[in-house]
Design a protein around this ligand. Structure first.
Ligand SMILES: NC(=O)c1ccc[n+]([C@@H]2O[C@H](COP(=O)([O-])OP(=O)(O)OC[C@H]3O[C@@H](n4cnc5c(N)ncnc54)[C@H](OP(=O)(O)O)[C@@H]3O)[C@@H](O)[C@H]2O)c1
Length: 235
């Protein structure tokens, strides 16, 4: 690897776990691209991080919009010419306390669009930057709700299916990619963000700390696996 700073990109970096991932990557010496679907909240988040002299820049990317993803990949190639770490963090949780068959189908479609297809299109658009240098670390922020065993219990069906598919994508991509490129899924635990609510026991900072070891694993490190707190968990 060259001595140039490594470049990392986080989707949904303007708040919650994504914001902490950006902050900690920058504190650990990465040049970090904070992506946000909303320009204003993205700029505000980067401004706040820059006050601590962190090497962070903002890019607008809506993971529901393939053209927005494609344009971001072109810009990253032009500006940095590389991508070392990609974190698919952007996510929605739209069906708490609802049964799958009673849902408006648009809720399932919207959840799949962001949590599954979003990550799929982001990986598809950015993988060539990693293949170019034969190196990359991809982390998919999943959930314990995405484990197959969770499908035996009713409720939260749209979210569960989206994370189950994301876990499957993790394994399929791991089986396809060549070179020193690793992809893993991780459950951050129950986290006190807008999504997790105020009663959650874990802070976004703790969640980010439990995820980021996967950004710096060596060539012998895992790929196509699902982790929580550094331990492999059942799919
Ligand atoms: N919190 C938990 O307890 C928990 C547990 C397990 C897994 N997770 C997972 O952890 C990840 C982060 O969750 P969080 O708790 O930090 O949630 P959060 O506070 O609700 O933040 C979600 C982030 O995703 C972004 N986002 C949503 N749709 C997007 C889109 N179409 N394009 C780009 N960005 C989009 C949001 O942007 P806007 O600000 O523009 O809406 C926001 O930045 C998610 O994948 C979630 O499923 C969370």
């Amino acid at each position: 690897m060259s001595k140039e700073k490594q470049v990392a990109l986080v989707t949904g970096g303007n708040r919650g776990i994504g914001y902490e991932l950006v902050k900690q990557l920058a504190l650990n010496g990465f040049r970090v691209i904070l992506t946000s679907r909303d320009p204003e909240t993205g700029h505000a988040a980067v401004q706040q991080l820059k006050e601590s002299n962190l090497d962070v820049s903002v890019m607008v990317m809506d993971v529901d919009n393939q053209e927005s993803i494609r344009q971001s990949a072109i810009t990253v190639n032009e500006r940095y010419g590389r991508l070392d770490v990609l974190i698919n963090n952007a996510g929605v949780y739209l069906d708490e306390n609802e049964k799958l068959l009673n849902l408006e189908p648009s809720i399932l479609e919207g959840t799949m669009a962001t949590n599954f297809f979003g990550a799929y299109h982001v990986i598809r658009s950015f993988i060539s930057l990693m293949e170019k240098q034969g190196y990359g670390r991809i982390i998919n922020v999943s959930s314990e709700y995405g484990a197959m065993s969770e499908m035996s219990y009713q409720g939260v069906g749209a979210y569960k299916l989206s994370k189950l598919a994301l876990n499957g994508l993790t394994r399929l991509v791991a089986a396809e990619i060549k070179g020193d490129i690793k992809i893993n899924a991780v459950d951050p635990g129950w986290v006190s963000s807008d999504m997790g609510g105020p009663s959650a026991p874990r802070t976004p900072k703790q969640a980010a700390e439990s995820i980021l070891w996967l950004a710096t694993i060596g060539p012998e490190g895992p790929s196509g696996k699902f982790f929580r707190d550094g331990k492999q968990i059942p799919w």
